[in-house]
Structure formats: structure tokens, C-alpha cells
Ligand binder design. Structure first.
Ligand code: SF4
Ligand code: SF4
Length: 210
């Protein structure tokens, strides 16, 4: 009861929708590294070889070892959408699968369903079965025990289907530099923020993004 009354007192706290915010910028997060010459992964002791040439967002684990070259611009538009599926414009069902995470990617993904972000207003939903899923969201490094589960989940999904790699571990193997998961959409970050996640998901189904 208390939480209910607290919510009523505070009012609606949902973040603004894409149409309410300024147009996105194409600036990269690590502008300083991008522009500087002679800066390499070795010279800055980058654990994932994410520097040179330029900054490789897909590999960065945001350890900030490269400080003070680290100059975040605050741009959340980091996702790379390689395939847009407009058939999911009105309803886009996601099936998340954790193949070996530290837990942080899961937490950020869960936040897109919070009242603050409210994914359903964009026609995006979670499903608890791959049989009803339009996209498989894979997080973490591919561990031996989850390889078969991942394959079976993917095969159980109806066509057309998308694979979304969420976080540096899924995209490039993270700090372990293990296997890279082939995906239609990659969402860099360690972990990516709910803004970055929602922006990429909206664009993957043919929207303008966040
Ligand atoms: S934050 Fe860490 S992983 Fe990212 S570029 Fe800098 S040193 Fe590399
Ligand atoms: S990408 Fe970063 S936050 Fe996500 S599972 Fe890997 S180590 Fe954790």
C-alpha cells in the first residue's frame, strides 16, 4: 500500500518519448581517442584492444584505464542496426538469454520495462518463450553449458527473427576476448544503458529511435 501511495504522490515519472527530445548526434562517446593520433591500445593498456584506429565501441568494456583520453560525449546512440525488420513495427517480442553474464547487462535490460522507460509504449514486449519471440537478445560470453540452449532457443523461433547482441561480452567476447556472436543488431556497452538499448530496439523495427 505504501509504495502505491508514494507513486500516486510523485505522479508519472516516465521518460520523454523520442519525439520530445532533440535530434540525435553522430558523435562517438570517446571523442578524444577518436581524434588523437598516436594513441594505441598498447600505449593506454586497453584490456580489449578497443583503441586504434579510432575507438572500437563494440570492444570497449568502459574500464576507463585510458583516462584522461576518455571523453564521453553522453551520446547514447551506440547501437548498430544491420538489419531492420519493419514487420515488427507494431509488436516486437523479445526473448532474452543469458549465456554467461556478470549480471549487469540483465539488470539494464530489465530496466527498459520499468515505469521510467516503459517499453510497451513503443510496441515492445518481453516473452518467456522463444516460440513467440521476434528477437533473441543474447547477453554474456558464450559458455559451454549454454551453447546448446542458445542454439535450441534460436531454432524454436518463428521466421522472420532477429538476433541482438547486448553488451561487449556478447559482441566481442569482452575482457575474455572469446567468441563473437553473429547478430543483426549490436548494442555496445558494459553494460549498455536503457536509453541505448531502447534506441537500438526501436530502430531495429523501423522506428526513428530514441
Ligand atoms: S575504457 Fe577501457 S576498454 Fe574502453 S577504450 Fe578505454 S581502456 Fe579500452
Ligand atoms: S558486457 Fe559488461 S556488463 Fe555485460 S555481461 Fe559482460 S562484463 Fe557484464
Amino acid at each position: 500500500m505504501n509504495w502505491f501511495l508514494k507513486g500516486v504522490r510523485k505522479g508519472v515519472r516516465t521518460e520523454k518519448t523520442p519525439s520530445d527530445v532533440a535530434p540525435w548526434s553522430t558523435e562517438l562517446q570517446f571523442k578524444g581517442i577518436e581524434e588523437e593520433s598516436g594513441v594505441t591500445s598498447e600505449s593506454l593498456r586497453c584490456p580489449t584492444s578497443a583503441i586504434g584506429p579510432g575507438w572500437i565501441a563494440e570492444r570497449c568494456v568502459y574500464c576507463r584505464r585510458c583516462y584522461p583520453h576518455y571523453q564521453p560525449t553522453g551520446n547514447h546512440r551506440m547501437g548498430v542496426v544491420k538489419r531492420v525488420e519493419k514487420r515488427f513495427q507494431r509488436s516486437f517480442y523479445l526473448y532474452p538469454i543469458d549465456v554467461g553474464t556478470c549480471g549487469a547487462c540483465n539488470t539494464e535490460l530489465r530496466l527498459i520495462a520499468s515505469p521510467q522507460h516503459d517499453l510497451t509504449r513503443f510496441g515492445i514486449f518481453f516473452t518467456n518463450t522463444p516460440r513467440h519471440a521476434d528477437a533473441l537478445i543474447v547477453m554474456g560470453i558464450m559458455t559451454k553449458g549454454m551453447r546448446e540452449a542458445f542454439r535450441r532457443a534460436y531454432e524454436a523461433m518463428p521466421e522472420p527473427k532477429l538476433v541482438i547482441a547486448l553488451g561487449a561480452c556478447a559482441i566481442s567476447g569482452g575482457i575474455f576476448q572469446t567468441e563473437k556472436i553473429e547478430a543483426d543488431v549490436v548494442i555496445p556497452g558494459c553494460p549498455p544503458s536503457p536509453y541505448t538499448i531502447l534506441d537500438a530496439l526501436i530502430r531495429a523495427k523501423g522506428g526513428r529511435g530514441w
